[in-house]
Design a binder for this molecule. Structure first.
Ligand SMILES: Nc1ncnc2c1ncn2[C@@H]1O[C@H](COP(=O)(O)OP(=O)(O)OP(=O)(O)O)[C@@H](O)[C@H]1O
Ligand SMILES: [Mg+2]
Length: 382
């Protein structure tokens, strides 16, 4: 067993112990303090190494403990200065001993007591720190709880408000249809035009409300899918025809690229219809007049790879993750150029996740964007 001596009382200690068996000092703490003091002292050492170098403001402590008087301290400090000018530096404790104000045993006892005080202060600080960490953790847990309550409140609000909006809208739509087919009396040419404009506005509003209901339902927890085998090219053609008017108005070429005899796929047809409509709607919206939007599907073994590509404004690489945040648009400035609520892709992502599919984004700002996902081909399933 290795044996050395305590840096405070100089009694032999066994390196197995954390505390000096004679003076009780924490040996690790004493060693640390000694190392700090040694590195703080300039090289070569001006003072002899002594336990007293471990104690900051020793003079003050000696006076506080009533071991020496204030006058004795001042005299010793003066003596220390004189010795320093004579190039014979002494530590304060040694100066007090030289001058006869203090004996070695009392100095050692004071130093030991002081180190024990430091040690107590250190463990008190550690306990305080632990308590503060516990308090912060509890604060964070409370904030998290509050956040999830607010999130629930938001979902309930969206769900309730969209159901409430649907009822009056059904009345508006019903009476509008009665007016449009002249069941409520003949209409002038201008009134017919007006009913068309109102009809389109009601349709937009209805779509928005239905999307909000869909969004709040998926937010409440897992989506339930109605999986069937269906004809994907037929669905893609339906989506193209539905978006054609909008594309033509914006002078954008909208085309499908579909191979002959494409096998049926397995998915929730209504939800995939919704996903494709959103992707095509975005592609048209974020492409400038003269651009092109291409929807294509290819087969790779058991996979049907569906992609919607445009020659539009693109998405900066570092902002790709943002496009899936609910109610968030990349251009959210007050003068934003593109309409919408920023809900489309958040819901697209949830629907595709329910199908175990991932929406991949490839984009070059100023050149265009391609969004792609994979669905299973029907005959590939066991
Ligand atoms: N094809 C695309 N090209 C460039 N940016 C796109 C494209 N698709 C989506 N984005 C960006 O992602 C954002 C989020 O799209 P998302 O479909 O969720 O919302 P939106 O289209 O703005 O509104 P909403 O879908 O509710 O009508 C868009 O606002 C746009 O900034
Ligand atoms: Mg959209």
């Amino acid at each position: 067993m290795q044996v050395s001596s305590c840096p405070i009382c100089d009694v032999s200690i066994n390196s197995q112990f954390r505390f000096c068996q004679n003076c009780g000092v924490d040996l690790a703490l004493a060693a640390n303090l000694a190392a700090d003091a040694l590195s703080a002292a300039s090289t070569p050492l001006k003072f002899p190494v002594s336990p007293e170098i471990l104690i900051p403001r020793l003079g003050e402590k000696l006076v506080q403990r009533g071991v020496v008087t204030e006058e004795a301290l001042q005299t010793a400090l003066l003596y220390q200065k004189e010795q320093a000018t004579l190039n014979k530096p002494v530590l304060l404790g040694q100066a007090l001993i030289h001058l006869g104000y203090l004996d070695r045993t009392t100095l050692d006892q004071t130093i030991t007591a002081q180190i024990l005080d430091l040690q107590t202060a250190l463990s008190r600080n550690n306990r305080d720190l632990e308590k503060r960490v516990q308090e912060y953790t509890a604060d964070l847990q409370r904030a998290l709880q509050k956040l999830s309550e607010l999130n629930q409140l938001k979902s309930n609000f969206i769900s309730n408000i969209s159901h409430e909006l649907r009822t009056p809208l059904t009345h508006v739509k019903g009476y509008l249809e009665l007016m449009a087919d002249e069941s409520l009396g003949p209409l002038t040419g201008e009134q017919v035009d007006a009913t068309h404009v109102m009809g389109r506005a009601v349709e937009r509003l209805e779509n928005l409300i239905n999307d909000l209901i869909k969004f709040s339902e998926t937010a409440k927890g897992g989506m339930s899918l109605q999986l069937t085998h269906f004809d994907l090219p037929k669905l893609l053609e339906r989506v193209r025809l539905q978006a054609l008017e909008k594309a033509e108005k914006r002078h954008i070429l909208l085309q499908n690229k579909i191979p002959e005899n494409f096998p049926r796929i397995v998915a929730d047809e209504e939800n995939i219809h919704w996903v494709l409509s959103q992707l095509v709607d975005n592609a048209i919206k974020f492409t400038n007049p003269g651009g092109k939007v291409t929807v294509s599907v290819t087969q790779e073994g058991p996979k049907a790879i569906v992609s919607v590509a445009d020659t539009g404004i693109g998405i900066p690489q570092e902002r790709v993750d943002e496009i899936f945040l609910p109610f968030h648009q990349l251009d959210n400035s007050p003068r934003r150029r593109y309409g919408g609520t920023g809900m489309g892709l958040a819901l697209v992502k949830r629907i595709l996740e329910a199908h175990n599919a991932v929406l991949q984004v490839q984009s070059i700002p100023g050149k265009g964007t391609r969004l792609q996902f994979v669905l299973p081909v029907a005959n590939s399933l066991p």
